[in-house]
Design a protein around this ligand. Structure first.
Ligand code: NDP
Length: 296
């Protein structure tokens, strides 16, 4: 069998950002609208700092104003909530992102619930999760699964009837991913740490999305020949002082000999996640101003 095609998230994200940049220019010109994204970072987790830097830089590049708020790890819950309530009221801010994970002393659920659902560009608020679950229009869809779906559809535009397996059931990736695939009329199975016969479940899937956070858990012989494989996992392997090596949840070299298409790590899902965040911010800004949303 031929080697799998690479699903190039970097290239697809660049295409999406280019389309967003011209949409943003149009909004500025025709509606004098300058969408804004507030990013809240608590503590000094190195990976979170990199993510926040990437997000704010890409905002500026496409023409979204970014407002970064950096708070110490020992910030009081009430002070964090006060900041979020202020951002909810701020008309320059159309999207609010609270970078996760939050320090253990912070009640994450309370913080996410404090974000105005119309500004919840991460799509983590229960109102947006509920809309997605119920199939009601208007949900702001979580960025990582949104990016995964775009990658899948770049290869196979019509997914109806295909068997999809989502490995991992977190609120931020696995569950919304399953809902999106269900809405595309896939037959969806969700697998997790209690699943019997994980390899067997994977082998039945035409589309396999792995979001477990276990380096190379999914082996080549777990994959149905010709399947599409989306690897969400980002596992940092300490390289003894060298730059950390990134590994996905899928054994890439084995999998690419069996799958028809596969995302690399890095350069697959990661860039799409950020591009979809920018897209959600533009959508939130259009909705707040009763303007037509971008069609892409
Ligand atoms: P969570 O830790 O919240 O969830 C992991 C899921 O995997 C759980 O449902 C867990 O099952 C399941 N799981 C763990 N170990 C196994 C196992 N051995 N067999 C079967 N299932 C298992 O992770 P996230 O969803 O937040 O993230 C998953 C991965 O994706 C991480 O590597 C993360 O870094 C990455 N990620 C990447 C993003 C990107 O932009 N590329 C964005 C977000 C996340 P159970 O529920 O039973 O415990």
């Amino acid at each position: 069998m031929a080697e799998a095609a690479l699903l190039d998230g970097k290239a697809l994200a660049t295409k999406l950002r280019t389309a967003l940049a011209s949409e943003l220019a149009r909004l500025r010109r025709e509606a004098r609208l300058a969408p804004g994204l507030a990013v809240v970072l608590v503590g000094d987790d190195p990976a979170s700092q990199i993510y926040v830097r990437t997000k704010t830089r890409q905002c500026e590049e496409v023409g979204i104003k970014s407002f970064a708020h950096r708070l110490p790890a020992d910030v009081r819950q009430e002070d964090l909530l006060t900041l979020i309530r202020g951002l909810n009221r701020d008309p320059r801010v159309h999207g609010i992102l609270v970078q996760l994970p939050l320090p253990a002393a912070i009640d994450e659920a309370e913080v996410l619930a404090a974000v105005d659902p119309d500004k919840d560009v991460d799509g983590f608020h229960v109102v947006n999760a509920g809309r997605l679950f119920a199939g009601i229009s208007g949900a702001l869809v979580p960025c990582t699964p949104q990016g995964c779906l775009r990658l899948i559809k770049s290869r196979v535009p019509k997914l109806a009837g295909l068997k999809a397996l989502v490995l991992g059931r977190s609120n931020i990736v696995g569950k919304p991913m399953a809902m999106l695939l269900l809405a595309e009329h896939c037959t969806v199975t969700m697998a997790h740490s209690h699943t019997f016969d994980l390899p067997g479940e994977c082998r039945a899937a035409d589309i396999l999305v792995a979001a477990v956070g276990r380096p190379e858990l999914v082996r080549g012989d777990w994959i149905k020949p010709g399947a599409i494989v989306i690897d969400v996992g980002i596992n940092r392997l300490d390289n003894g002082g060298e730059k950390a090596k990134l590994l996905g949840d899928v054994a890439f070299e084995e999998a690419r000999r069996v799958a028809s298409a596969i995302t690399p790590v890095p350069g697959g899902v990661g860039p799409m996640t950020v591009a979809c965040l920018l897209r959600n911010t533009v959508i939130a800004a259009c909705r707040a101003n009763d303007l037509e949303e971008p069609a892409f």
